[in-house]
Design a protein around this ligand. Structure first.
Ligand SMILES: [Zn+2]
Length: 409
């Protein structure tokens, strides 16, 4: 059916006798007709069209291909897009099987790897971020009918992902005569650092922008800077709030880039410190529980001064207790201005970094942490970039960009 439609709607392109060279404008006669087969999601189809070659400029074109937006190679963009769409959700092998089942002919998992790498190459945070107009639209939706500006949470955190070192790259599979019986490299867990902007709509979270990569703190700072420089964050129409744990790098970047943002120390990380103190200090579990609950309540009510006073008056019962008390006190004291939980609650700010923890899960963990999967840094970063694009709502846009780049090349 598709062949018939093409045949009837592009008659002129199929029977064009002459065509001027796009570069030198000399007229050249048609060669052919030349056959080619293309595969799209509607199936395989034959194209028969004239081909024009300029011997002076040494370039050839098929106007019908351009008219139909048919790319080089047999598999067309819609198939590629479907393949990458699946490969960013499930392992390549599974994705390959699924594509086969859904469209009747398979795309090999090697091909899926190649296409995924091609599309993801060079993606940065700005390429996968929604446009400012889209950001404004999401903010306006949450702000509708509200008295106060909506809270835009910014969570920063790291998630460990299974990695393999570059040194694990041996000969290509095709060249190896035997499969190595045992891997000669040691796997490692590396930290994918990320940030997520999300709007709080009552109990609901409205996703705005995520970016996760395996890189160092400085590079994370640079990515955040790019977001700011591209004016993607509508700072005037939201109340920006940063939630993080005690990691120093988080607050350094935040202070530099968004100095006006409300800073919140994750309440549940504080709780963990207090639990440690109680466990080390009190032999009686009931007393430990009583102390923790009382202290957490004070913290929840924003009485950080009282909370800090507690451990100071404590007589440590062991070296371990002394250490736990010390750690806890330093932690709370360093971040005391980020622990005004009563004020935060009244302002509608989040107390915990749950929004970020869940991004770690749905962006990094569900795809990268698979039985037996150990990723090269480059591959995991590409996969993360594509998954961010998906959740940011820019997956389609990333494909269009890839297409334009190929056309420019
Ligand atoms: Zn020419």
């Amino acid at each position: 059916m598709a062949e018939t439609i093409v045949h009837h709607t592009h008659l002129e392109d199929q029977h064009r006798p002459y065509r001027p060279c796009p570069t030198c404008a000399r007229l050249f006669p048609a060669r052919g007709p030349v056959h080619r087969c293309v595969e799209t999601l509607v199936g395989a189809g034959e194209l028969e069209r004239p081909y024009f070659y300029c011997q002076v400029c040494r370039t050839g074109t098929s106007p019908l291909d351009a008219a139909l937006d048919v790319g080089a190679g047999r598999l067309q963009r819609d198939v590629h897009q479907a393949a990458v769409d699946l490969a960013t959700e499930v392992p390549y092998e599974t994705a390959s099987t699924l594509v086969g089942r859904l469209r009747g002919s398979t795309v090999s998992s090697e091909r899926m790897h190649t296409v995924t790498h091609q599309v993801a190459a060079g993606l940065g945070v700005v390429e996968v971020a929604p446009s400012r107009e889209e950001m404004d639209r999401r903010v306006a939706q949450v702000a509708a009918g509200r008295f106060r500006r909506p809270v835009l949470g910014l969570g920063l955190d790291g998630a460990y992902v299974p990695s393999r070192p570059e040194s694990a790259r041996g000969r290509r599979p095709g060249q190896a005569r035997h499969r190595a019986r045992r891997a000669r490299w040691r796997h490692e867990w590396r930290e994918a650092k990320g940030f997520r902007f999300y709007l709080l709509d009552g109990e609901r979270i409205v996703h705005v922008l995520s970016w996760h990569q395996i890189y160092n703190e400085q590079e994370l700072g640079e990515a955040l800077q790019q977001v700011k420089d591209a004016h993607l964050i509508p700072e005037e129409t939201v109340r920006l709030c940063v939630i993080g744990d005690g990691a120093e790098w988080i607050w350094t970047h935040v202070q530099a880039l968004f100095p006006q943002a409300c800073q919140v120390l994750d309440y549940y990380h504080c709780a963990a410190y207090l639990h440690k103190v109680a466990k080390a200090q009190y032999a009686d579990p009931l007393r430990a529980q009583e102390w923790t609950e009382a202290t957490l309540t004070r913290l929840y009510l924003g009485k950080v001064g009282q909370v800090l006073g507690g451990p100071r008056r404590m007589q440590p019962t062991s070296d371990e207790a002394l250490k736990a008390i010390d750690n806890c006190w330093v932690y709370l004291n360093d971040h005391r201005r980020r622990t005004h939980y009563r004020t935060f609650r009244r302002g509608g700010y989040p107390l915990g970094s749950g929004g970020m923890e869940s991004a770690n899960k749905f962006i990094c963990h569900v795809r990268l942490k698979r039985s037996g999967a150990w990723w090269y840094e480059e591959s995991s970063n590409q996969m993360l970039a594509l998954r961010c694009a998906k959740y940011n709502g820019t997956f389609e846009q990333v494909f269009t960009r890839d297409q334009h780049q190929k056309a420019d090349a």
